[in-house]
Design a binder for this molecule. Structure first.
Ligand code: NDP
Length: 246
């Protein structure tokens, strides 16, 4: 029997970047997976179709994480389709990188909406339908613990907020056997942080392991946390950054 057989997972932003790796990995481990997207419709539908063609179960839904009602709706549609949610993976995220003097208040609204409020909204909608041994796994960032450079104030702030959310929720939901954790990747080769730039060379020079990670590296950790083997880990942050923060 596969590790996540009979489990239902929802992965926000699951059609692109490391979210796509997480979607495919959870499906390969036997879970039925609902993935959301805001812009990447074609890519997301394609991944869902590939999983279904391979004998798995997947559904792609449009849900812009900037709007909490769309996140809630995606959770409700998952429950309508599959009955409950065992594994919630809050992966969708954005980066706003610019000099602080160039910021506008709208930048705050947007990054907090996508990176933080959507996580809260998804958890709030999902917990009513999450059985014992449920899992809430959020993708934060190693930058929450070490900003490492300029022009990342909002991103670092938003990812740090996830630490409090994770710890508080772990306490709230622990009595129900639900675990809540934060996965904090370092440099991972995606559209958000391509491995072939000057910035990438600088980041590599600061790592203990001198190379970028892959979406599959993160997906492996998420699958472990989602599985029975991860049952005693809760309320914590697991940093997966090639030793960048060491
Ligand atoms: P990408 O930019 O490659 O992908 C971002 C994903 O988030 C896409 O699936 C995108 O879907 C989705 N997304 C963005 N905005 C929204 C929105 N408003 N509503 C719904 N979905 C949205 O980034 P990564 O894969 O690298 O990032 C995934 C997560 O990992 C993020 O939370 C990011 O902060 C975090 N992270 C990334 C690191 C890296 O080095 N790459 C390091 C540390 C953390 P769509 O195309 O449909 O908008």
């Amino acid at each position: 029997m596969k590790r996540l057989e009979n489990k239902v997972a929802l992965v926000t932003g699951g059609g692109r970047g490391m979210g796509a790796n997480i979607t495919k990995r959870l499906a390969a481990e036997g879970a039925a997976v609902v993935l959301t997207y805001s812009k990447s419709a074609e890519q997301s539908e394609k991944i869902a179709a590939q999983i279904n063609a391979a004998g798995g179960k997947a559904l792609a839904l449009k849900a812009d994480s900037a709007f909490p009602e769309e996140v809630t709706s995606a959770v409700n549609k998952t429950i309508a389709e599959f009955g409950h949610i065992d594994i919630l993976v809050n992966n969708a995220g954005i980066y706003i990188g610019k000099a602080f003097e160039a910021h506008a208040l709208e930048d705050y609204e947007l990054i907090m909406a996508v990176n933080v409020r959507a996580v809260y909204a998804a958890a709030l909608a999902a917990v009513h339908h999450m059985p014992e041994a449920g899992r809430i796994i959020t993708i934060g960032s190693n930058m929450a613990d070490f900003a490492g450079g300029a022009q990342s104030t909002l991103y670092v702030m938003s990812k740090s907020a996830l630490s409090g959310l994770t710890k508080g929720l772990a306490r709230d939901l622990g009595p129900r056997g639900i675990t809540v954790n934060l996965v904090q990747p370092g440099p991972i080769d995606t559209d958000m942080n391509p491995a072939n730039t000057e910035l990438a060379d600088l980041l590599r020079s600061r790592m203990a392991l001198k190379d970028y990670g892959t979406g599959d590296d993160v997906a492996g950790l998420v699958a472990f946390l989602a599985s029975e083997e991860g049952k005693y880990i809760t309320g914590t942050a697991l940093t997966i950054d090639g030793g960048y923060n060491a």
